[in-house]
Design a protein around this ligand. Structure first.
Ligand SMILES: C[S@@+](CC[C@H](N)C(=O)[O-])C[C@H]1O[C@@H](n2cnc3c(N)ncnc32)[C@H](O)[C@@H]1O
Length: 258
């Protein structure tokens, strides 16, 4: 593969193998995704066995959007969730700090798609308060773990009171046989196939470790509650390998506006 990651540049260093501070971690995450961008979509769909399409549709449905709503997809990557949300909303903005990912998201836009893409950091969003009726994010929270409090605070700030947040993230299955199978898949198989597809196994070894170190669904629900969201719930999908958390920014009277 002519433009595989390993042949063009030095393999990216995994974010959890750099100095233990937010800035170094974040810098390594950005370098890693900029390098992965050319192969990201194909690997993503292959690695989830195509299930990611359904997970993204479920995420959009959980927002209960109307055709006049505007949605922000935080850490949008190549934009798949933003495109899915744009079908149910008036407009979607996807933002990500990896310019190569955003470049690919923009290239995927078709005439008539109401999805726009910006380069921006999740922990310092360049949008006004209460600007969006929905905020989504998929498979990104592990990658902002050192600044998770700021990222959730920003999602809360830009949401209109009554607006909903929907966050998709990997999880560790509770049932032992599924946990073992998933462990083998993510620890052994994915790094090997990842090396073949992208030229380096490092990001996929990091993926396994980051899933192991991520919060349980109950712990993450508590973090959403601590950020101010109410009516926080989650549902498990993909045999317990993925959790979809939802929550609402409260209004003075507790319901959705309008
Ligand atoms: C695993 S990818 C998920 C992309 C996309 N949401 C999806 O579902 O395919 C994680 C994304 O988070 C982005 N990201 C990580 N940290 C970020 C930060 N602090 N600000 C903005 N984007 C960030 C990365 O650049 C990457 O595109």
């Amino acid at each position: 593969m002519g433009d595989s990651v390993g042949q063009k540049t030095a393999p990216p260093v995994a974010p959890d193998r750099v100095a233990d501070d937010g800035a170094s971690f974040s810098g390594a995450v950005r370098t890693m995704f900029d390098a992965l961008a050319p192969r990201y979509d194909s690997f993503n769909h292959w690695a989830s066995l195509g299930l990611d399409y359904g997970w993204r549709r479920a995420t959009v449905r959980s927002l209960k959007l109307t055709g006049s709503d505007v949605v922000l997809d935080v850490a949008t990557g190549t934009g798949d969730l933003a495109f899915a949300a744009a079908k149910a909303a008036r407009r979607t903005i996807g933002c990500d700090f990896a310019t190569e990912m955003i470049r690919r998201a923009r290239a995927k836009a078709r005439p008539g798609d109401s999805a726009w893409f910006h380069v921006a950091r999740a922990e310092r969003l360049p949008y006004g308060d209460e600007r969006f009726q929905g905020v989504t994010s998929a498979f990104a929270m592990r990658n902002v773990k050192p600044m998770l409090e700021e990222v959730l605070a920003e999602a809360f700030r830009v949401l209109e009171p009554g607006g909903r947040v929907a966050i998709l993230e990997f999880s560790r299955p509770r049932l032992a046989p599924i946990r073992w199978g998933h462990g083998f898949y993510t620890r052994v198989l994915m790094p090997r196939v990842g090396r073949i597809v992208t030229g380096t196994s490092e990001p996929f070894e990091y993926l396994y470790r980051s899933i192991q170190e991520w919060y349980s669904p109950d712990e993450f629900a508590d973090l959403l509650g601590a950020a101010g969201f109410t009516d926080v719930r989650y549902r498990m999908m993909g045999l317990g390998t993925v959790a979809l958390h939802t929550g609402t920014k409260p209004t003075a009277h507790g319901g959705r506006l309008g």
